[in-house]
Design a protein around this ligand. Structure first.
Ligand SMILES: *[C@@H]1O[C@H](CO)[C@@H](O)[C@H](O)[C@H]1NC(C)=O
Ligand SMILES: *[C@@H]1O[C@H](CO)[C@@H](O)[C@H](O)[C@H]1NC(C)=O
Ligand SMILES: *[C@@H]1O[C@H](CO)[C@@H](O)[C@H](O)[C@H]1NC(C)=O
Ligand SMILES: *[C@@H]1O[C@H](CO)[C@@H](O)[C@H](O)[C@H]1NC(C)=O
Ligand SMILES: *[C@@H]1O[C@H](CO)[C@@H](O)[C@H](O)[C@H]1NC(C)=O
Ligand SMILES: *[C@@H]1O[C@H](CO)[C@@H](O)[C@H](O)[C@H]1NC(C)=O
Ligand SMILES: *[C@@H]1O[C@H](CO)[C@@H](O)[C@H](O)[C@H]1NC(C)=O
Ligand SMILES: *[C@@H]1O[C@H](CO)[C@@H](O)[C@H](O)[C@H]1NC(C)=O
Ligand SMILES: *[C@@H]1O[C@H](CO)[C@@H](O)[C@H](O)[C@H]1NC(C)=O
Ligand SMILES: *[C@@H]1O[C@H](CO)[C@@H](O)[C@H](O)[C@H]1NC(C)=O
Ligand SMILES: *[C@@H]1O[C@H](CO)[C@@H](O)[C@H](O)[C@H]1NC(C)=O
Length: 450
């Protein structure tokens, strides 16, 4: 029966993939699901996921894994939730608590808020941790860091097990009766615990895999960026898939790397694909409604650190920037005349009333950004220039957090630079160019797509 349904499933997949591969830019997530299912037979699994991870019929991978447990003889022990929860129904910045998913009765442990990492007790319940989340390719989005915290816990857990084996080997060498019996006792304990493997079911980077922007992070920033005891880590727009980034974290930054670590690659994916298929888009967070939003986000996300509205509570979050004290016409005119940014985007004056968040229910003025050519758009350059113009025009009214802006932009000197009238945006970006050059070499080693 199992054999039979397996073959039927494979035949269906082959049929659908033949169909899909005849379409330009097509990607077939079901082939990845199939590969995953064959690798988790007999295992106890935990999955770190959210609603962005779907199959070709838009069903959540989480639900697919829940349904196939008997056919493939594995157990879905629990889910791990990033910001906004596994079904995406929790608001930005609010803590996610542990809960039972009402549709499956599977326990969901939060990795956002009440803890960052799965505990030892949770890890003891599984053989495999699976990760599947679409990332928007921007460093200060929280999901990649939640992934890194989960990887770190698995690496440390596995390391602790090997430490015990080492201890036992020493005892054995000493070879006294007492030590030998201790050894056998410990060995029995150990045999009941196995190293955990980590599988990333890869997904495209919404911003594609080529254009790197912004500065490598120089400050420990928790959920929006980690240093791992390095001098710097990843830049704002990092141009890797989650699978590539997870490989980089594992190989370069974790204190104890996971030895059984695997990425299930996206079939037919090329690094310049961007997000190839709009019908596969599911907003990965409530304010990332379309994938056009993702193009401006690396540059305008930092407006979270100001008292201006960054467009939350409008139809175009992160594309709309303003406040009651802003003259939209003026700011639009300044930016439209500025040759460093006016080839990349249009800056239209807008009046808007945010329905949530900063300046709720108040009439704001500002600009709306329309990207002209998304391939050439330097989001970090443009976003930072907009911030500089606003700081210069509204020194009395506009506020910018010192630590927060440095953490989000990524560099120690950001606040001093952006508030100094003599510093150009190019100066700011040039000041991190040697770190960026070094990071690009590290990145290069972990690319798995052409
Ligand atoms: C996009 O994905 C949908 C759902 O899998 C599929 O029906 C469609 O053919 C795909 N389009 C392209 C251009 O790949
Ligand atoms: C299912 O997996 C369990 C745990 O690995 C194993 O003991 C059992 O034999 C498997 N059953 C089948 C039918 O393969
Ligand atoms: C979840 O548990 C409830 C209460 O025990 C039960 O009625 C329901 O059928 C369960 N749902 C699933 C999907 O197992
Ligand atoms: C690993 O061992 C250290 C030292 O005993 C302990 O503090 C830590 O919690 C353990 N971590 C895991 C994930 O097992
Ligand atoms: C084994 O014997 C060596 C040499 O006597 C000693 O240094 C070491 O601590 C012993 N190891 C253990 C685990 O008892
Ligand atoms: C960090 O920078 C210091 C001082 O420049 C240098 O000595 C050290 O080797 C660097 N550490 C790493 C991990 O590159
Ligand atoms: C902006 O700042 C000026 C100077 O402090 C103040 O007079 C004005 O009321 C402020 N505007 C708003 C909209 O808060
Ligand atoms: C806004 O700026 C424009 C362009 O500089 C100017 O003509 C207009 O008078 C300003 N509006 C207000 C209310 O200051
Ligand atoms: C904003 O406006 C809505 C709709 O009029 C109202 O329900 C809400 O209470 C207002 N909120 C605030 C903070 O003023
Ligand atoms: C932002 O600007 C307004 C208007 O000038 C001011 O009243 C408010 O205190 C500022 N917000 C912060 C957080 O400083
Ligand atoms: C900016 O440059 C001018 C001219 O070189 C100089 O006088 C001024 O002190 C500088 N201001 C700052 C804040 O560095």
């Amino acid at each position: 029966m199992k054999q039979f349904s397996f073959f039927v499933f494979v035949l269906m997949l082959l049929a659908s993939s033949t169909y899909a591969s005849s379409l330009e830019n097509s990607i077939n997530y079901d082939l990845q699901t199939q590969e995953l299912l064959t690798q988790i037979q007999g295992k106890r699994i935990g999955i770190l996921t959210n609603p962005s991870c779907i199959d070709s019929s838009r069903e959540l991978l989480f639900d697919v894994l829940f349904k196939n447990q008997n056919i493939y003889n594995y157990t879905l022990e629990y889910a791990l939730a990033p910001e906004h929860g596994i079904r995406g129904d929790q608001d930005a910045g609010t803590l996610v608590y542990d809960y039972v998913d009402p549709q499956t009765n599977i326990t969901v442990y939060s990795l956002y808020g009440i803890r960052k990492q799965p505990t030892v007790e949770m890890l003891q319940k599984v053989d495999t941790i699976i990760h599947c989340i679409v990332d928007v390719g921007t460093r200060f989005f929280t999901y990649i860091w939640t992934m890194s915290y989960a990887q770190e816990a698995v690496g440390d857990y596995n390391f602790n097990l090997t430490q015990k084996v080492q201890l036992k080997e020493n005892f054995q060498l000493n070879n006294s009766q007492r030590q030998l019996s201790f050894y056998f006792r410990e060995m029995q304990n150990h045999n009941s615990k196995k190293e955990i493997n980590f599988i990333v079911v890869d997904r495209p980077n919404v911003l594609g895999g080529q254009s790197i922007q912004g500065c490598p992070l120089e400050i420990e920033s928790g959920y929006i960026g980690r240093l791992f005891n390095q001098n710097f880590t990843i830049p704002t727009r990092y141009a890797m898939t989650t699978g590539e980034l997870a490989t980089l974290f594992n190989e370069e930054y974790l204190s104890h790397k996971i030895s059984d670590f695997k990425v299930i690659k996206i079939p037919n994916y090329h690094r310049n694909s961007g997000f190839p298929n709009a019908s596969l888009w599911i907003a990965p967070s409530p304010n990332m409604k379309t994938y056009q939003t993702a193009y401006v986000y690396p540059g305008t996300g930092v407006f979270e650190q100001t008292n201006l509205s960054e467009g939350r509570g409008t139809n175009n979050p992160f594309q709309t920037i303003g406040a009651p004290f802003v003259n939209g016409t003026l700011i639009s005119q300044i930016l439209t005349k500025d040759n460093t940014v006016n080839q990349q985007a249009q800056f239209t004056p807008v009046t808007f009333i945010p329905t949530t968040s900063k300046w709720i229910n108040q009439t704001c003025q500002g600009i709306q950004i329309t990207v002209i050519d998304k391939e050439k758009y330097d989001s970090v350059f443009v976003g930072t220039r907009i911030m500089q113009v606003l700081l210069q025009e509204y020194p009395q009214n506009m506020t910018l957090t010192q630590k927060g802006s440095c953490q989000e932009f990524g560099t120690i000197n950001f606040y001093n630079q952006i508030t100094n009238k003599n510093t150009t945006i190019q100066d700011i970006l040039d000041s991190c160019s040697s770190n960026l050059r070094e990071w690009k070499k590290i990145r290069e080693k972990h690319l798995i797509y052409n």
